[in-house]
Design a protein around this ligand. Sequence first.
Ligand code: FMN
Length: 150
Amino acid sequence: MPTLLIIHHTPSPFMQAMFESVVSGATDPEIEGVEVVRRAALAVSATDVLEADGYLLGSPANLGYMSGALKHAFDVIYYPCLDSTRARPFGLYLHGNEGTEGAEKGVTAITTGLGWVKSAEYVTVSGKPSKDDLQACWELGATVAAQLMS
Ligand SMILES: Cc1cc2nc3c(=O)[nH]c(=O)nc-3n(C[C@H](O)[C@H](O)[C@H](O)COP(=O)(O)O)c2cc1C
C-alpha cells in the first residue's frame, strides 16, 4: 500500500492544530488505500523515508529558517535517501511570523537536492490558525495523499 510519511516538528498548540488538520485531510475516508505514517522530525529514520512514497513536512520558522528539528531530519536522511527517493511528491506547512521565507527557501533547496517534487502549494500560517488556515492544512494533507492513490 502506498505510504505518506508526515515528518513534523510540533512544539506548540498552534502547530498541533495545524498538524491535526493535515492528518485529518490525509486520512479522509475518500482517500482510499493510502497509509499515513507520522514521525516527529527528531525521531524519523532513513528507513521511514525510504519506505514511504510521498512526504508532508511541517515546521515552525526558527531564526529565519526551518526548525533545527526538521534540519536534523534532513541531515540524517539526505545521503541514505538520495539515490532512491527521487521524483516523490512532497508538501510543506510552516508556522511563524517572520522568516518563513527563509524556511521555505531552505526546504526548497534541500528537496530540490533530493529530487522531490513539490506537489501542492506551501501553507504558511502566522499567529493563531484561523478556520481558513486549518482548512488549507486539511487540503494540503488531502492533496498530497490523493496523489498517492493507486
Ligand atoms: C529558537 C527559536 C527561534 C524562533 N525563531 C523565529 C523566527 O525567526 N521567526 C518567527 O516568526 N518565529 C520564530 N520562533 C517562534 C516559532 O516560530 C513559534 O514558536 C512557532 O511557529 C509556533 O508558534 P506558537 O509558539 O505561537 O504556537 C522561534 C522559536 C524558537 C524556539
